[in-house]
Ligand binder design. Structure first.
Ligand code: MGD
Ligand code: MGD
Ligand code: MO
Length: 675
């Protein structure tokens, strides 16, 4: 700090999460705040279509007037918001409470739908609550780590460093169609066919059952539905698994042997699982394996979904979108009356169902039902699946508000009103990470111009909306934190024992649950140590379903499978921030590149650096070729960080979680004509 302003970042050696480590984005987290692209004043589109600077009074008044008039003209389904997993818990909660209980907006969802919806639904159904069971220390305590559709070396570099510090000489198994940076450091890489994981996990379950390598006591005490599951997986014999996954029987047997021999086996999954047309059942097939082998509730074990965004976990509990604020259910009348009481909200204002999911909101914009949309801290026009279609749909909106740190994002440039937001480091609040740890974020810099913390933008809108007395007590982030902590009393995510921000600071963050009653101050805590789950009978459920065919398969016209994901550890999503750092910009290619196998490249006359045309049934784009054996013949890979990738992807969704299946569609490739 210098004169009250943060000037440099260093990593805290004593914090239990990162232990002195930081990724390139972490080191550069302050420098990305200084940029001419920062939104510094509210901008309002005038009748000629150009953006004019306005003050906050005009901005807030316009938002409220336009939204109220849309609601009055077209009814309660005509407004929606799209939020995020990248603002503080207190901000997410404010938006969720203001939107659904205050403004009467029926439909709010967030980018966590693109990211963690599958894991949230899978846990909820299997365990009775959306509860990732692990602590990060488990990376260091396993003797077998199985990474499924995860590339932590690039996407979770700090976690990956902790795997590297594991002293048990662990087996590291990576299941990924690509030979990723993570796979290169694995002891076993199974390059399975895209979207064949479900068949593989049922096959592993069958093989383990056949060998009697299950935990009978744990199953008897803690697992529901074992007998039926054992019968269900019978059809997934090794031959079927080998033919569907493309793995050899030898590879498959080695994988099974390693899991059977492991004493502390942990399973870790991310987007290769969640972003799938059958992601929920796939996540549950991983959970099932941990359950039947008793690999849960002990150090170094678990069926562990790693979250992506800094506060995806906060959004899952408090955004008031897919579940009722505080980890409750909209559909449960007891929950509604409890929330009504604890938040002093009239119970009639609490909806009895969640609103539309992200894709349904887009569909209703397309069909002209949703007319007003408020987008907060997400760059929809870049990141949504099949983005051309989304942009066409947005033309039908009567009023689009975008609240972002930068005025130049693909989404902000479509807005009628841009609200300038402060970013990380410029505001106070808390975040919740994947191991359920609630941590503090502090203000160390002033936001540029008249940009405001999202928290204060929401308060301003609430004031202009009027009549929202239940929000009067929500006057500072810490006040909201205390209200939320009290709200969770009695839920699995009970944090009523956290008295305020100083408790978080003194304890290096605190993992939920924390009731204070048992005063469990251990730095590392995992769930289910007593073998009790959150369903009424205390047991976890085995859930399963036959694998489904892909929404789009490769054929003669579109012979390549397109995989998408993270490119480098120096790039974050749609690059609104990471492209603002000179240091980070040097660490990744400037323009879109496509990974292609040498064999396919040769057949198509493509060399590294050649311009290629990539066509799907949705769009045609160009990229430069990167010839690499990291992708298998018949596959190509595009990083998601460049705007055109999602023009190609196919809007298709898991039926249970409605998470988009970003990781598979069919494309054709040809060398770009040079003329
Ligand atoms: N540097 C960086 N780090 C990030 C982010 C970032 O943008 N940049 N974003 C953050 C966010 S929000 C998220 S959600 C996480 C995502 O973190 P990850 O999920 O680890 O990253 P991805 O590259 O999206 O996908 C992981 C892998 O899934 C594989 N995959 C594709 N299809 C399949 C399949 O059918 N089966 C299997 N087994 N694997 C498959 C891909 O080849 C890819 O290597 O990263 C977080 N961390
Ligand atoms: N093809 C393909 N597409 C994908 C994926 C994939 O693997 N493949 N992954 C998906 C996943 S997992 C995710 S999470 C999404 C991410 O997609 P997005 O959420 O659209 O990506 P970001 O670039 O993180 O967008 C965050 C926005 O919030 C702004 N912002 C940052 N901090 C603040 C703040 O404090 N306040 C406000 N108001 N604004 C702020 C940033 O400037 C940026 O515009 O992309 C999804 N899209
Ligand atoms: Mo994500």
């Amino acid at each position: 700090m210098k004169n009250g302003e943060g000037v440099n970042v260093s990593a805290d050696p004593d914090y239990p999460v990162n232990r002195g480590l930081a990724c390139p984005k972490g080191w550069e987290s302050l420098s990305v705040l200084d940029s001419p692209e920062r939104a510094t004043e509210p901008l309002l589109r005038d009748s000629n279509g150009s953006m004019q600077r306005v003050d906050w009074d005009r901005a807030a008044r316009t938002l409220v007037d336009r939204f109220k008039s849309i609601q009055a003209t077209y009814g309660p389904d005509s407004l929606a918001w799209l939020g995020t997993g990248q603002i503080t818990v207190e901000e997410l909660a404010y938006l969720g409470a203001l939107g659904r209980f205050g403004m009467g907006v029926r439909h709010g969802d967030g980018n966590t739908r693109q990211c963690m919806a599958t894991a949230a639904v899978a846990y909820k159904q299997s365990f009775g609550f959306d509860a990732p069971p692990y602590t990060y220390q488990d990376f260091e305590e396993s003797d077998v780590l199985v990474f499924v559709g995860a590339n932590p070396c690039i996407a979770h570099p700090i976690m990956w460093q902790r795997v590297m510090r594991n002293r048990n000489n662990p087996e590291i198994i990576v299941l990924d169609p690509r030979a990723t940076e993570t796979a290169a450091s694995a002891t076993q890489h199974c390059a399975l066919n895209p979207k064949s994981d479900l068949c593989l996990f049922y096959g592993i379950a069958r093989a383990i059952i056949e060998r009697g390598a299950i935990d009978d006591d744990f199953i008897a005490d803690s697992v529901d539905g074992y007998r039926e599951y054992a019968e269900f997986v019978q059809e997934f014999d090794r031959e079927r698994v080998a033919s569907e996954t493309g793995l050899s029987i030898v590879e498959f047997d080695r994988l099974v042997n390693t899991i059977v021999r492991g004493r502390r086996v942990s399973f870790w999954w991310t987007m290769g699982v969640n972003q799938s047309h059958e992601g929920v059942r796939l996540a549950q097939s991983i959970i099932n394996l941990a359950l039947i082998t008793g690999n849960i509730g002990r150090p170094g074990t678990g069926a562990n979904s790693i979250t992506g965004q800094c506060n995806a976990m906060g959004s899952r509990l408090f955004s008031n979108t897919s579940s009722l604020i505080g980890g409750y259910d909209f559909s449960n009348p007891d929950h509604r009356s409890l929330v009504s009481e604890r938040l002093s909200v009239d119970v009639s204002k609490i909806p009895a169902e969640p609103g539309w999911a992200y894709d349904q909101i887009i569909e209703q914009i397309e069909s002209g039902v949703v007319k007003g949309l408020w987008i907060v801290a997400t760059n929809t026009a870049h990141s949504w699946i099949g983005s051309d279609r989304l942009k066409r749909a947005f033309e039908k909106l009567e009023f689009l508000v975008v609240q972002d740190m930068y005025h130049s994002t693909e989404t902000a440039t479509l807005a009628d009103l841009v609200l300038p937001a402060a970013g990380w480091g410029e505001k106070e609040g808390t975040f919740i990470n994947s191991e359920r740890r609630i941590g503090r974020a502090r203000k160390v810099k002033r936001a540029p111009g008249v940009a405001l913390a999202d928290f204060n933008i929401f308060r301003l809108v609430a004031r202009y909306w009027g009549g929202l007395s239940f929000l009067e007590k929500w006057d500072s982030p810490e006040a909201v934190f205390r209200i939320l902590a009290n709200l969770t009393k009695g839920r699995p995510c009970d944090i009523s024992g956290i008295s305020g921000y100083s408790a978080l600071e003194q304890n290096s963050g605190i993992q939920w649950p924390y009731t204070g009653r048992d005063c469990d101050r251990r730095v590392q805590r995992r769930l289910f140590e007593d073998g009790r789950f959150y369903h009424v009978d205390g047991k976890a459920k085995l859930l399963y379903e036959r694998p489904k065919s892909l929404p789009e398969t490769v054929d003669e016209a579109f012979p390549f499978a397109l995989l998408t994901g993270r490119g480098t550890s120096a790039q974050w999503h749609t690059q609104t921030r990471t492209s603002r750092s000179e240091v980070l910009r040097k660490l990744y290619p400037k323009n879109l590149y496509m990974e292609i196998n040498p064999r396919d490249a040769k057949a198509l006359g493509i060399a590294s650096g050649s311009l290629v045309e990539i066509r799907s049934r949705r769009a045609t784009i160009t990229a430069s070729a990167m010839v690499t054996s990291a992708v298998r013949p018949g596959h190509v890979f595009l990083p998601m960080h460049y705007g055109s990738t999602n023009k190609l992807t196919l809007p298709s969704f898991d039926p249970h979680s409605r998470q988009p299946s970003y990781k598979h569609c069919a494309v054709s490739i040809r060398k770009h004509d040079e003329h």
